[in-house]
Design a protein around this ligand. Structure first.
Ligand SMILES: *Cc1c(COP(=O)(O)O)cnc(C)c1O
Length: 486
């Protein structure tokens, strides 16, 4: 199995090279030339670590299963509040797949605890001895999860760029207090798309030194660990008696950069009976429009919402889906060139039909998400965060629109304590203090325990105060990478 740039079949890489490089040299995303089938029924009795080893080894075949058992158990040991890593719980008629029990209370921990281990081993396999510099743009959660995952990992340094006014106060506090001798955090004057575009441009401009890689979901090593929990949730649904083995299961995914939902698509292509993938967006509903009309149009207003990790207009991993479903790198290259030039493209009808056969899309406003949080709390005594609430509301729309739906798993991507102001408001409570007071109030009124990593945040000293414009990011990166010690 080989990986190729989504824009040019001639630019290939082994799985390890794809992980180490992060992005293909032409700016394309490394995409598998075919997705391997696995005997999914054989995974049912395995624990999370062994299931992960089998799934990941199929997708990154230059890692053996034995090696992956070791890497996965080292990566997750002591970092997740629970043995089962990604528990599924029944809430009303749905199943919520809780992905937020890791060290930073967002689903990105599942991949970012493991990525440093994959990257170090991949570098050895490639004979790569140089220091790697990870560049990451974040809409809030990736940054902290990547910092935590890579902190003090030998041979790797990491730089995180976040939109100065685009993250929640808790997310900001998590990042600017980050410890570790190999980490840099810098605010960017702009929104997430500005930061992400600048990072992609740096990848295209820096050819040799420093040796760059990415912890964003443009890196296939970020995506692959996320495929595992689609299997895990499937078996949970079987155990709950919601489906029989072999039945279809639908998944509703709160979506930003399209990485998480693409992992679900890959799980289905590997043979897991994935029914429909429901793409849930907030008011930044470019993906809803695209899936419904075939037109991807960025010439629209960008909104700041209560679910900031989904405030994205340029959804990177959609490019991988276009490549996988069309089988045509030339087409992808053409569409991406159009996007860059005109901020808009139209996908061919035949391709859109294929996409619509697998994906359903919907969106909701902050007010709908807030109602969802309130309703779930009142009726089910279940407290969810703002991103999960968007998915819950869109799942409701989906079930109404498609009566032939299968049981639905909703991916729950963050702890409600990361967004305490919106969550408190949604359950009809009020607090005059800062976000930390709100977290305490939320715990006092709901009795749902606050994650320890967030409780200790308030008293940690600020270590990072840098601020830059998107146009100055390249020189910032070059200057900092020259410094011996951070
Ligand atoms: C990143 C994130 C998402 C979106 O995931 P993508 O893989 O970017 O689509 C959704 N919810 C939360 C809480 C996130 O941090």
């Amino acid at each position: 199995m080989i990986y190729r740039s989504s824009r040019n079949d001639a630019l290939s890489a082994t799985p390890s090279e794809a992980v180490v490089r992060g992005l293909a040299p032409d700016g394309g995303l490394y995409t598998p030339d075919r997705i391997p089938c696995i005997d999914w029924r054989a995974l049912e009795t395995l624990d999370y670590t062994h299931m992960a080893a089998k799934v990941i080894s199929a997708l990154l075949p230059d890692f053996s299963e034995e090696e992956l058992v070791r890497l996965v158990s080292d990566a997750y040991r002591g970092k997740f509040g629970r043995e089962d890593i990604t528990p599924s719980v029944e809430v009303g008629n749905d199943i919520l797949l809780e992905l937020f029990h890791g060290p930073t209370s967002a689903f990105k921990d599942v991949a970012l605890c493991l990525l440093p281990y994959l990257m170090r081993s991949a570098a050895v396999k490639c004979g790569d001895k140089e220091e790697i510099l990870i560049l990451t743009a974040t809409s809030g959660d990736t940054g902290k999860a990547a910092l935590e995952g890579f902190r003090d990992v030998p041979g790797i340094r990491i730089m995180v760029f976040f939109p100065d006014c685009g993250v929640s106060p808790v997310q900001r506090a998590q990042m600017v207090t980050q410890q570790g001798e190999n980490v840099k955090v810098c605010a960017v004057k702009g929104n997430f798309d500005d930061a992400q575009s600048a990072v992609k441009a740096i990848f295209e401009q820096v050819k040799d030194k420093p040796h760059l890689s990415s912890a964003n979901s443009i890196n296939i090593g970020r995506l692959v660990p996320q495929v595992v929990y689609y299997f895990d949730a499937y078996f949970a649904a079987v155990r709950m008696g919601r489906i029989a083995p072999g039945d279809k299961l639908d998944y509703c995914v709160p979506t930003g950069n399209f990485g998480d939902i693409l992992a679900g698509y890959i799980a289905g292509e590997m043979g897991l009976p994935v029914g429909r993938l429901v793409c849930a967006s907030n008011k930044n509903n470019i993906l809803t429009d695209f899936i419904r009309t075939g037109v991807y149009d960025c010439r629209r207003e960008f909104y700041r919402t209560e679910s900031p990790s989904m405030d994205i207009l340029i959804s990177s991993n959609l490019e991988r889906l276009l490549r996988l479903m069309s089988g045509d790198a030339g087409l992808v290259s053409e569409l991406m060139a159009k996007l860059k030039l005109t901020r808009c493209y139209t996908a061919p009808d035949a391709l859109m039909e294929k996409i619509r056969a697998k994906f359903w899309a919907g969106c909701c406003e902050d007010t709908d998400a807030e109602s969802a949080i309130g309703k779930l709390w009142r009726e089910e005594k279940y407290l969810c965060d703002t991103h999960t609430a968007v998915a819950w509301d869109v799942a409701r729309q989906y079930k109404a629109a498609c009566p032939d739906h299968a049981p639905v798993v909703i991916l729950s991507t963050a702890s409600p304590y990361k967004f305490p102001a919106a969550v408190l408001n949604a359950i009809g409570e009020h607090c005059d203090g800062d976000e930390f007071d709100m977290m305490e109030k939320l715990e006092a009124v709901t009795g749902v325990p606050m994650p320890e990593n967030l409780r200790s945040l308030r008293c940690r000293p600020v270590r990072h105060t840098d601020l830059t414009a998107p146009g100055d990011m390249l020189s910032y990166v070059l200057k900092k990478s020259e410094e011996e010690k951070w």
